[in-house]
Write a protein that binds this ligand. Structure first.
Ligand SMILES: [Zn+2]
Ligand SMILES: [Zn+2]
Length: 513
C-alpha cells in the first residue's frame, strides 16, 4: 500500500491523500485550498478522477470536502463514505459554494468582458453538486466496513458535528487518519475517540505549537470584549465559520445572557444564507453533541436559540443592519475570504467603536490574518478601508485540539506507530514532530507529492511532477472514439469529418515523436 500526500502539507487547507493498494486507489478527503494557495484549486488533479474507487471523507469542512464536486465533474464515479451529519452539511456547504463562485465569476467576467479578456469558468456547478450527493454512502461511527481490498472504521473526532478519524486496514498494515481533532473536553462535541493501535498515523498539527487558554479564561476574554463594545455603544463583528463555530458563539452569547452580562436589548444577528439550515442539522443530531448541550435538549430547550437572536437569510435583511448602532453580528466566512462578513467589515471596521472578534484560525494570506497581524488599512471588495476597530483574537473557542490535546490523543496509541505530520503551517508541524520524537516515536513531515510505501516503509524523494496515469487516459480516449463512431458514421457532417481528419494528423505526429 502506498500513500501520496497531495494537500494539507506545509499548510492547513486542501486536505487530500491518495491511498494505492495493489488493485485500487482511494482518496481520503478532497478539500479546497484557501488563502495563499487558492489558485491550486483550478489545477488538474495529480491522478485521473475516474481511476478512484472511493472517497473516505473525514468531515464536511470545505478544506476537506470542497473539491469533491470538481472530482465528480471530471469523471469520479465511485462512492463517498461519510457520516450522516457530514453528508447533510456537505449538501448545504457545496450549494453555497456554487452560489458564491457563480457570483464571483460574474463579477470578474464583467471586468474581463470590458477588457476584452476571455471569461473565467467556475470550478463546478449545481449539477455537479447534485451528482456528487448521489454518490454518498452514509456510515455509522465505530462499525468496520469492508470494501474490496480495504476495511475501514470511522471514529468520532469531536471537531465538528459528524467529524471523524478514520482507521484503514489493508493486508497487515493499519493506517489511521486523525482527520481534524477537537478539543479534549470540547463544549460542542465532547472528547475525541481514542484509537489504540496503528502502524502509521497521519496526524493534523493545526495548533501543534500552541496551547489554548482554558475555558474559563476564554469565556472571560469573550465577556470583556463584549462588555467593552457595549460600553462604547459599538457594533461587534464576529467573523465565523458557519458550521460549528457560529453555533458555539450563539451558545456562548446565550450564556452571557443567562449570567446577565449581555442585556437582552442587544440584538444578535446570525447573518448567513445557510445559518438556519446548519443549525437545524445540529439540532437534528443533538445526540452527538456534548453532555453539556444535551442537557438543554433533555429539558426541551434549545441551546442555539436565544430570544433576541435573528437568523438573516436574504441580502435585503443583511443590508438592513448596515446602519445598526449596537449589536452583535456573526457572519461568514470565518477567515474573511468572502461572504457577508466582508460587507459588514467594509461598513464598520473604519469606526473606532467597532469591535471585531476573531474566534477561529486565520490562515496565511487571508484578510482575517492581515487584520489580526495589525494592518492599518485593508482592501475590501476593491476599496481601501482604514482599520480603526478594536481587534480581539480569542483562540480558545477553536474546534481544534491544541498541542496538549494532540499529545493526549497520541498517548492513546499503544506500541510505536510512525507519525506523519500534516495539516499545519511548518512551525506547528515541526513543534509537534519534536515532541513526538522526544516520546520516542519516528516522525515525518511530508512535502507535497511525496509517496510512502507503507509495506516496505520506503519514503520517496519528492516527485514534483505528477505521475502519469496512461491507462485511464487511453480508456477515456477509447470511450470517446466509440461514442463518436456511433454518432457520426452514416451522417454527412463534413465539419466533424474535417476535425477528425485533423486529430488523426496530430496523432501521427505524436507517434513520430
Ligand atoms: Zn475541519
Ligand atoms: Zn482541517
Amino acid at each position: 500500500m502506498l500513500i501520496r500526500f497531495l494537500g494539507a502539507v506545509g499548510e492547513v487547507t486542501g486536505s487530500n491523500y491518495l491511498l494505492e493498494t495493489e488493485n485500487n486507489k482511494y482518496l481520503v478527503d478532497c478539500g479546497i485550498f484557501q488563502g495563499e494557495n487558492e489558485k491550486e484549486n483550478e489545477a488538474p488533479f495529480d491522478f485521473s478522477p475516474s481511476s478512484i474507487k472511493a472517497i473516505l471523507l473525514t468531515h464536511a469542512h470545505l478544506d476537506h470536502s470542497g473539491r469533491i464536486p470538481k472530482l465528480v465533474r471530471e469523471g469520479f464515479k465511485g462512492k463517498i463514505y461519510a457520516t450522516l451529519p457530514t453528508i447533510e452539511l456537505c449538501e448545504i456547504l457545496w450549494f453555497d459554494t456554487v452560489k458564491l463562485m457563480k457570483e464571483e465569476a460574474e463579477r470578474i467576467n464583467r471586468k474581463h468582458q470590458r477588457a476584452g479578456k476571455p471569461p473565467i469558468e467556475v470550478l463546478y456547478t449545481e449539477e455537479d453538486v447534485e451528482a456528487s450527493l448521489k454518490l454518498f454512502e452514509p456510515i455509522p461511527y465505530d462499525e468496520i466496513i469492508s470494501l474490496e481490498d480495504i476495511k475501514f472504521r470511522f471514529r468520532d473526532s469531536s471537531h465538528i458535528l459528524g467529524s471523524s478519524s478514520i482507521e484503514v486496514w489493508n493486508k497487515d498494515i493499519k493506517i489511521v487518519f486523525s482527520g481534524d481533532i477537537g478539543q479534549w473536553e470540547g463544549v460542542m462535541e465532547g472528547t475525541p475517540a481514542i484509537i489504540e493501535q496503528a502502524d502509521y498515523v497521519i496526524i493534523e498539527s493545526t495548533y501543534g505549537d500552541r496551547i489554548h487558554k482554558s475555558l474559563a479564561e476564554t469565556r472571560e476574554e469573550f465577556t470583556q470584549a463584549i462588555q467593552s463594545a457595549i460600553s462604547e455603544n459599538g457594533k461587534v463583528l464576529i467573523p465565523s465559520f458557519v458550521v460549528d463555530r457560529a453555533q458555539r458563539i450563539i451558545y456562548e452569547t446565550r450564556l452571557l445572557e443567562e449570567t446577565l452580562v449581555l442585556p437582552k436589548k442587544v440584538p444578535i444577528y446570525f447573518d448567513s444564507p445557510m445559518g438556519k439550515k446548519v443549525t437545524q442539522v445540529y439540532r437534528k443530531y443533538n445526540s452527538l453533541l456534548s453532555s453539556e448541550l444535551q442537557k438543554y435538549y433533555l429539558n426541551s430547550q434549545d441551546p442555539f436559540d436565544i430570544e433576541n437572536l435573528r437568523y438573516l437569510s436574504s441580502v435585503e435583511e443583511s443590508k438592513e443592519i448596515n446602519n445598526l448602532d449596537m449589536g452583535i453580528i456573526i457572519a461568514g466566512s470565518g477567515m474573511c475570504t468572502g461572504g457577508r462578513i466582508l460587507h459588514h467589515i467594509k461598513h464598520s471596521i473604519w469606526k473606532d467603536n467597532t469591535h471585531i472578534i476573531f474566534v477561529g484560525y486565520q490562515a496565511q494570506g487571508t484578510l482575517g490574518r492581515r487584520i489580526i497581524d495589525g494592518a492599518r488599512s485593508i482592501n475590501v471588495m476593491g476599496e481601501e478601508i482604514a482599520v480603526r476597530a478594536k481587534v480581539h483574537t480569542i483562540n480558545g473557542f477553536s474546534s481544534h485540539a491544541d498541542q496538549r490535546d494532540l499529545l493526549r490523543w497520541v498517548d492513546g496509541f499503544q506500541g510505536s506507530p510512525m507519525f506523519i505530520i500534516t495539516h499545519g503551517e511548518p512551525n506547528s508541524s515541526q513543534a509537534l514532530s519534536q515532541l513526538l520524537r522526544l516520546k520516542g516515536y519516528q516522525t515525518l513531515i511530508p512535502v507535497k507529492g511525496q509517496i510512502i510505501d507503507l509495506i516496505k516503509k520506503e519514503i520517496s524523494e519528492v516527485r514534483p511532477s505528477p505521475s502519469i496515469d496512461w491507462n485511464s487516459l487511453f480508456l477515456e480516449l477509447d470511450n470517446q472514439i466509440s461514442t463518436l463512431k456511433e454518432k457520426v458514421i452514416g451522417s454527412s457532417d463534413i465539419e466533424k469529418f474535417g476535425l477528425l481528419k485533423a486529430i488523426s494528423i496530430i496523432l501521427k505526429e505524436i507517434i513520430k515523436r
